[in-house]
Design a protein around this ligand. Structure first.
Ligand code: URA
Length: 233
C-alpha cells in the first residue's frame, strides 16, 4: 500500500494532510524518514507518525445501543447520526447494517464489511430481528391467540402488495410484547401493529440473528463484536 493511503487508513488524516506530514518529515518507516507519498509500505514495516506507531485497522464490527433521537444515517440531519457516538477514526466511513427509526432504540450493528452486512440485511437471508414493543392499547386476554396467529400467518400492510412474512409474537404483558420478524420493510413493526388497530408507543431492538444487545451497554454506548458474534452471521 502507498504510504499516503496507509496514513489515511490508520489515522484521521485526509490524503492531503498525510502528504503535508510526509513533507514535514514527520513520518518514518523502520526508522527512516520517508517523504515520498507513493512509497510502498513493506509488510511488517514499523510506520510512525511523530514517533507514534500507526497501523492499518482491520475490518471493524461494532454493536451500539442506539439512544432515542439519533439517526441510522451516514450524515447528521435533524438529529445526530449514531456514528457520531463512535469515538474512533473514520467512523463516518462505516455503514449501518439494518436501520432503526429515530425514535426506536436498541441494537444497531455497524461495520465496514459489506458482505457481512449483506448477510444480515438481504431479504433472501431472512435474518431474524427481535423487537420489544410497548403498545398504546393493551391486548385483551381473549384476543391474544387470534393476534399471535394473525402475525404468524402474515399481515397485509397498507401500500404493500405482499403480506408480511410469518412473525412470532410473544406476550410479556398485555401492553408489552416481543415481536420477531425476518424482513426489514419501512416502519414494519409500527405498521404491523397499526394494521391491527393498535399503536406502538415504544420500540427497542434486542437481537439480530444470534447477536443479542449486550445488557452492559447503556443507551449511546458501544463495543466491538467478539469473534464468535462476527462468525455467527
Ligand atoms: N420497525 C419499525 O417500525 N421501526 C423500526 O425502527 C424498526 C422496525
Amino acid at each position: 500500500m502507498r504510504l499516503d493511503k496507509y496514513l489515511c487508513e490508520s489515522t484521521e488524516l485526509s490524503r492531503a494532510d498525510a502528504k503535508k506530514c510526509l513533507h514535514r518529515s514527520e513520518v518514518t518507516c523502520d526508522g527512516v524518514v520517508i517523504k515520498n507519498p507513493a512509497f510502498k509500505v513493506p509488510d511488517g514495516c514499523d510506520v510512525r507518525l511523530l514517533d507514534e506507531p500507526v497501523s492499518v485497522r482491520g475490518i471493524r464490527y461494532i454493536m451500539l445501543n442506539k439512544p432515542m433521537d439519533t439517526l441510522c444515517s451516514n450524515v447528521d440531519e435533524v438529529y445526530p447520526s449514531v456514528l457520531s457516538l463512535l469515538d474512533i477514526p473514520k467512523a463516518y466511513s462505516l455503514h449501518i447494517a439494518g436501520r432503526l427509526d429515530a425514535d426506536t432504540t436498541g441494537l444497531v450493528l455497524i461495520t465496514d464489511d459489506g458482505q457481512w452486512s449483506h448477510r444480515l440485511t438481504s431479504p433472501v437471508k431472512a435474518c431474524e430481528k427481535r423487537y420489544r414493543v410497548w403498545l398504546a392499547d393493551p391486548i385483551p386476554e381473549d384476543k391474544v391467540t387470534e393476534m399471535v396467529e394473525w402475525f404468524a400467518k402474515g399481515v397485509a400492510l397498507k401500500a404493500e402488495k405482499v403480506p408480511t412474512k410469518p412473525a412470532v409474537l410473544e406476550m410479556i404483558s398485555a401492553s408489552e410484547v416481543l415481536l420477531t420478524i425476518t424482513e426489514g420493510k419501512y416502519h414494519q413493526v409500527k405498521r404491523m401493529f397499526a394494521a391491527a388497530g393498535n399503536k406502538v408507543v415504544g420500540l427497542h431492538r434486542e437481537q439480530i440473528g444470534e447477536i443479542e444487545l449486550d445488557a452492559q451497554l447503556a443507551a449511546g454506548e458501544w463495543r466491538y463484536l467478539t469473534q464468535e458474534e462476527v462468525e455467527s452471521v
